[in-house]
Design a protein around this ligand. Structure first.
Ligand code: ADP
Ligand code: MG
Length: 245
């Protein structure tokens, strides 16, 4: 593996109380994320994926363990450099697709001159340019989900977390999503993508398998294999339940 370690997670634990029962959502989870990789967090529903992403983006606290950003520990975690595509997308209904993508830059007071071009390229890459002036309510769920991805990518985060970002995509849109993630990674970003779709591993550098709160680290795929899978003409073993027509 070539790049630098972006994030080290050690012995992360998270329990939830549900009535009289304790749910062990994360059990001693340890792994590293490397700069420039797209990692699939794969596991069945209820295995702990969302819990882990929520902790990594600062929405929830672990009960124990350590999250270290580069060689800094816990308290210095670089929240500002992290962005998320939440499962519940959180788009602003009153804003257009374009304005939703622009929002994080506008809130940060970004004055860069290439912003419009950057947003346009993202919208094109994700097949959203034709609806950029429409509101989320006028877009399909798949398009809304890709808007949330564009919003997460636009600021060039060091770490992008995506929770089931292809849950509403057809096969070709799914490849567009992973092409955008790969393109972000090729510019030095790191992506952690939670999915219950085991098939998505083929688009990622390596899988982290989650099962009942435990994470297993696996070996990295070759870049050349990924390029083949992401080509627009790649065969696809099955169609997914997308809402896109
Ligand atoms: P996944 O995203 O892989 O489907 P989650 O991280 O959402 O899994 O959930 C992991 C486990 O923790 C599940 O058993 C789930 O029911 C439980 N869980 C998640 N959030 C809560 C909560 N707020 N209170 C109680 N249990 C929870
Ligand atoms: Mg989930």
């Amino acid at each position: 593996m070539t790049g630098a370690v972006v994030l080290s997670i050690r012995n992360l634990n998270k329990n939830y109380r549900r009535g009289p029962e304790i749910v062990h959502a994360l059990r001693n989870v340890s792994f590293d994320l490397i700069q420039g990789e797209v990692v699939a967090l794969v596991g069945p529903s209820g295995s702990g994926k969302t819990t882990l992403l929520n902790i990594l983006c600062g929405w929830d606290r672990p009960d124990g363990g350590e999250i270290a950003w580069n060689d800094q520990s816990g308290d210095h975690y670089d929240w500002a450099a992290t962005s998320i595509v939440p499962q519940r997308l959180g788009l602003v209904e009153e804003l257009t697709i374009y304005e939703n993508v622009e929002l994080p830059l506008a809130l940060a007071g970004n004055q860069e001159t290439d912003v419009a071009q950057r947003i346009k390229s993202l919208l094109e890459a994700l097949g959203l340019d034709h609806i950029s002036n429409h509101h989320p309510g006028e877009a399909s769920l798949g398009e809304q989900q890709r808007t949330a991805l564009a919003r997460a990518l636009v600021g060039g985060p060091r770490l992008l977390l995506a929770d089931e970002p292809t849950g509403h995509q057809d096969a070709e849109s799914e490849r567009a999503v992973f092409r955008s993630l790969r393109s972000h990674a090729s510019r030095g970003g790191t992506c952690l993508v939670a999915t219950h779709n085991i098939d998505a591993i083929r688009y990622c550098h390596r899988p982290l398998r989650v099962d009942d709160g435990r994470v297993t680290v696996e070996a990295r795929a070759k870049d050349s294999d990924l390029e083949r899978e992401l080509s627009p003409f790649a065969p696809h073993p099955e169609q997914h339940d997308g809402d896109e027509e």
